[in-house]
Write a protein that binds this ligand. Structure first.
Ligand code: GLN
Ligand code: ZN
Length: 783
């Protein structure tokens, strides 16, 4: 600090961020109707302003202060990384027509960058740390002209002020912003966005000055990149960027106090670096990380002069948790600094709004849960404890402990039969026989042609299918009528595949709303919510199920659907299941035992399902694991343990089959190189992955890795309505064949077809088959 103005103290209780989509997904609806052209930008802006206002009022009612900067301004129309990009003027040149002379992008332009337009691809989307939230990846090059191009952050602070609030503006910090960006198309080979830090900082400095002028006492800069070891930057470069960035921002003459938030894990060696900068407050994720000990004297004395914000309330899960232990961790922080505050470990973006909004959930279960609003109340309670002492909150702490004890003892949380089964597992349960023997048995049993063709499982979900499912849920359609409609749909999809000439048939998954929720609804140990929506990306939300108890399968789930499908065709039908890792990743999972224990329970339920499919005459089963990469821990030291249980649970689910039964898996991405060993260890007979968008780049990774099992690199990018031409698919197949032996190669789209329309799907599949036939003919083999 260069001035001597006394700082406003950091609020004793706060949250890192709050859901932005609205209790009833109001923002989703408003944004989508703006996209559809039914409402204007002004109307969208006023809905957004109402939502922000409702959020502030709600947070104040739940116990955050109205005028002490404890309420974060964490709204976004689409994504916080995109917000940061348009704030600093980092718009890729292909969207230049959307930027005015002052560098400003209007609301329509903002969404265009997020969603693409004609030939101009949108910003790439990728997972935000180890969450199921996806952010847009900014593109930075030597040509990027940084300037303060949006004052939306300042305006939102002023909007709050006009309503009687003093809130805390939030923006992605400069280091995380650049570290998560990628090099633009114009950038030379080997360019690092982080190399533009010095040019970016003045823009942040100007923003700070503007916020100070508007009267903001504090600003929050999110720097989660500092906790991750999976960033494409040398750690030393990242650390020196932190030192530079916060030295520069700290020296801004007139600025708010700086609060650097570091969610998703421990700061590790970034802590001393950050501590040495002139920031006024920093948060520690004490759910994933622990209270740092053994600090060097310089760091210890620097921290003692800052507010240390303990992220003790889990922002990433929905359990009420152990409030007494959380309070204990906060008091430990007092050893680091006399100024301690309480917060959530991460933004509450990852959890639904309100447990009280779930009338259909059992009351006992509800007593164990805390969604965003309940977590805010917990923060307020702990803040009161910090000020008034343990006594003052004894009642709340005891209630939380009682709920925890109730949960531990509740029927279903521990099921003796399930536990006896997992306890009795031996190494044999995790492995199949020799691959060469399996290959021979499968070749004989299946009689598939050279370059077998298949799809990933789902076919387009028409409005008829969605309506039928909704009507069944509301009791407007009888079970029998629903079954008849779904069977008619399956027959249509099977006939279509036969007519097009696809070799391995799928049923199209019409009965599934969601690939995880469908299984959650049919397994014991899970509960599903009504309003528990969580933003996945942009306007897209998911409703994760709650995995609260020991998991078992009361009855076969997919067997009737698959047998019915097989009865319609002589070709092999592929049974379709979601794997244990993905079921865990896309649910809210119990936190009272290691994930690996839970995964093995899910795996055993799936293993039984696969055994029943096999007994019913299904010769191929696909177990989807698109989340395998996503759950990979941010810290390298945690990788081995994760890979052990994740790969192990997949193997446990699939290893019970005969040699001639073919196991497929599907992964949604092409970062094959990163997890190649894990993929090999899954020991699936066939693995399909995404490859079309990257023009088969992945085949070289596959080649160099010596992967020997069946592999289906996607030849059709299903994220776009574009129909790939025969020539294009032929070329992709030839590229694949130049690197991978033909006997290993499968032909399939990148992913499921459920989000596509029928016309483009049929045209694309026809082209895929025609291309495959041409390539087969050229290779001298015909089907
Ligand atoms: N079998 C699923 C489908 O085809 C797979 C979806 C996914 O990978 N996300 O839709
Ligand atoms: Zn996929």
């Amino acid at each position: 600090m260069t001035d001597t103005t006394p700082r406003t103290a950091f609020p004793t209780g706060t949250i890192i961020g709050y859901p932005r989509i609205g209790r009833r997904r109001e923002l989703k609806k408003a944004v989508e109707s703006f996209w559809a052209g039914t409402t204007t930008a002004d109307e969208l802006e006023s809905t957004a302003a109402e939502l922000r206002s409702a959020t502030r009022e709600r947070l104040a009612a739940l116990g955050l202060g109205r005028d002490d900067a404890s309420i974060p301004e964490s709204f976004s129309y689409y994504d916080q990384m995109l917000d940061a990009a348009v704030t600093v003027g980092a718009v890729p040149s292909r969207f230049a027509s959307r930027v005015d002379a002052a560098g400003v992008v209007d609301l329509a332009g903002y969404f265009t960058i997020a969603r693409g337009e004609g030939e101009n691809a949108p910003l790439e989307m990728t997972k935000w740390f180890d969450s199921n939230y996806h952010y847009l990846v900014p593109e930075i090059g030597p040509e990027t002209t940084f300037r303060l191009a949006s004052d939306r952050i300042v305006r939102e602070f002023e909007e709050a002020k006009a309503a009687g609030f003093v809130t805390r503006p939030v923006i992605v910090g400069p280091v995380t912003f650049l570290a998560l960006s990628k090099a633009s198309d114009e950038a030379p080979e080997g360019f690092h966005p982080l190399s533009r830090l010095d040019d970016l900082l003045p823009v942040y400095a100007e923003l700070l000055t503007r916020l100070a002028a508007a009267g903001a006492p504090w600003v929050q800069l999110d720097e989660p990149a500092l906790v991750s070891e999976s960033i494409d930057e040398e750690r030393s470069a990242l650390l020196s960027a932190v030192a530079t960035a916060y030295a520069v921002l700290g020296a801004v003459a007139s600025r708010p106090a700086l609060f650097v938030a570091a969610p998703y894990g421990s700061l590790g060696d970034a802590l001393p670096v950050l501590a040495a900068t002139p920031i006024e407050a920093l948060s520690l994720d004490l759910v994933r990380g622990s209270v740092p000990t053994g600090l060097d004297p310089a760091t210890a004395s620097a921290l003692a002069g800052k507010t240390v914000v303990g992220g003790v309330i889990d922002g990433h899960n929905i359990w009420r948790g152990d409030l007494e232990a959380a309070f204990g961790r906060l008091t430990e922080l007092l050893a680091l600094s006399p100024e301690v505050a309480v917060s959530t470990s991460t933004s509450l973006l990852h959890v639904p709004h309100d447990v009280d909004d779930e009338p259909a959930l059992a009351d006992q279960l509800k007593g164990w849960l805390a969604f965003a609003d309940q977590k805010v109340t917990q923060v307020a309670t702990l803040a009161r404890g910090l000020v008034d002492g343990h006594e003052a909150i004894q009642g709340e702490l005891s209630d939380a402990s009682a709920a925890l004890a109730d949960r531990a003892a509740a029927p279903g949380v521990r099921d003796a039969a399930v536990r006896a089964r997992t306890a009795a597992l031996t190494a044999q349960d995790f492995s199949r026989g020799d691959y060469t023997d399996r290959l021979a048995a499968q070749d004989a049993a299946l009689g598939l042609p050279f370059l077998p063709t298949t799809t990933i499982g789902s076919f387009p979900q028409t409005s008829d299918i969605r309506r039928a499912r909704a009507q069944l849920a509301k009791g407007l359609l009888s079970e029998a009528e629903y079954l008849a409609r779904m069977q008619a749909e399956i027959k249509r999809v099977v006939d279509l595949q036969e007519e097009i000439g696809i070799d391995v048939i799928v049923h199209g998954e019409p009965e599934r709303n969601d690939m995880v929720q469908y299984f959650a609804e049919n397994l014991d140990g899970f509960a599903v919510t009504q309003n528990g929506w969580v933003q996945s990306y942009g306007s897209r939300c998911t409703r994760p199920s709650i995995l609260w108890g020991d998991v078992s399968r009361p009855a076969p789930i997919t067997v009737d659907w698959s047998s019915f499908t097989q009865s319609l065709t002589a070709k092999p039908v592929k049974g379709m299941l979601t794997g244990p890792v993905t079921i865990l990743a896309w649910s809210f999972v119990r936190d009272d035992q290691p994930l690996g224990d839970t995964a093995r329970q899910v795996a055993l339920a799936l293993r039984d399902e696969i055994a029943d499919l096999e007994a019913a005459g299904i010769r191929i089963v696909q177990v989807d694991e698109p989340a395998l990469r996503e759950l990979l821990p941010l810290k390298k030291a945690d990788h081995a343990e994760y890979l052990d249980w994740s790969v192990g649970s997949f193997r446990l689910s699939t290893a019970g089959v005969r040699d001639e039964t073919q196991i497929h898996t599907h992964l949604c991405y092409s970062e094959f190189g990163v997890v190649i060993d894990a993929i090999r260890n899954l020991d699936a007979d066939v693995t399909s992955i995404e490859a079309a968008r990257s023009r088969m780049e992945v085949v070289h990774d596959i080649q160099t890795s010596g992967f020997e099992h069946g592999i289906g690199p996607g030849v059709y990018d299903i994220h776009s309505p574009r129909v790939p031409s025969v020539a294009e698919v032929t070329e992709l197949l030839e590229t694949a064949l130049s690197a991978i032996p033909g006997r290993q190669l499968w032909v399939n789209p990148d992913c499921g077809l459920k989000t596509r329309g029928y016309d483009e799907t049929v045209a694309s599949l026809r082209n895929i088959i025609e291309a495959t036939r041409a390539v087969r003919a050229k290779a001298g083999v015909t089907a």
